[in-house]
Design a protein around this ligand. Structure first.
Ligand SMILES: C[S@@+](CC[C@H](N)C(=O)[O-])C[C@H]1O[C@@H](n2cnc3c(N)ncnc32)[C@H](O)[C@@H]1O
Length: 212
């Protein structure tokens, strides 16, 4: 029952020299990008996921939910989830956090019930010592365009599994570009009960829940 993602996921976006303005949840969201890392620019799955969350609030009700975002980048998804009422922890590599934090703060201050948190999280097999599984219970794990050509795909899947408890839903949005994306998808399907929430060509939004 996957929904077809209408071209509406391509936002009306007003660009100026150093910032873009997006419009979700009835609000203008001002995002600054920087050119020094992958996490500093907007990727297409972030836009697809924001549009999906904004347009399908009954299906994915984020109000009052605990949400972890992996590879949050510029922070748009975390901001939209916060505007939709979730209590969000946006995570990424340490070098991405200052721009992420600034974007999140600028767009959520005085607008959100739960102040979003921004934290470093490097995908790893060994998160138990730094992020004990029993201390982290999330209703949703969100991840947009975290699967592309990099060397940490297995660590990423291990990280998703680490934070996924019974009752947690992983929502992974990705533009499928390369063979490695499909390989990761097969592993994702083995790790989680998986269904397709939406797709538009090579843009897919998948949902996974615990197998145990
Ligand atoms: C392609 S970008 C997507 C950013 C954002 N989700 C979006 O859709 O615009 C991938 C993100 O994953 C982060 N990332 C890459 N490798 C990582 C790792 N090993 N641990 C944690 N985050 C990582 C990058 O810093 C970047 O923000």
């Amino acid at each position: 029952n996957a929904r077809h993602l209408s071209p509406a996921w391509r936002p009306s976006i007003i660009s100026s020299l150093d910032k873009d303005i997006y419009h979700y949840v009835g609000q203008d969201i001002v995002i600054y990008e920087s050119i020094d890392s992958y996490g500093a620019v907007m990727w297409p799955a972030a836009l697809a996921l924001c549009a999906f969350l904004d347009n399908n609030r009954d299906e994915v009700d984020l109000q009052g939910k605990e949400v972890l975002e992996l590879g949050a980048g510029t922070g748009l998804v975390a901001i939209v989830a916060s505007l939709l009422g979730a209590s969000v922890t946006a995570t990424d590599l340490p070098e991405v956090l200052s721009n992420l934090r600034a974007n999140v703060r600028r767009n959520t201050q005085q607008r959100c019930r739960h102040t979003p948190q921004v934290a470093a999280l490097c995908w790893s097999y060994d998160l138990e010592s730094t992020h004990p599984r029993s201390h982290h219970r999330y209703d949703y794990i969100l991840a947009a365009d975290v699967v592309y050509h990099h060397d940490f795909l297995d660590e990423l899947l291990a990280t998703m599994k680490h934070f996924c408890h019974p009752g947690t839903t992983v929502i992974w949005a990705n533009k499928f570009r390369m063979e490695s994306d499909f390989t990761f998808c097969e592993k994702f399907k083995k790790a989680f009960h998986t269904s397709l929430l939406a797709e538009d060509g090579d843009m897919k939004i998948l949902m996974g829940t615990c197998r145990q």
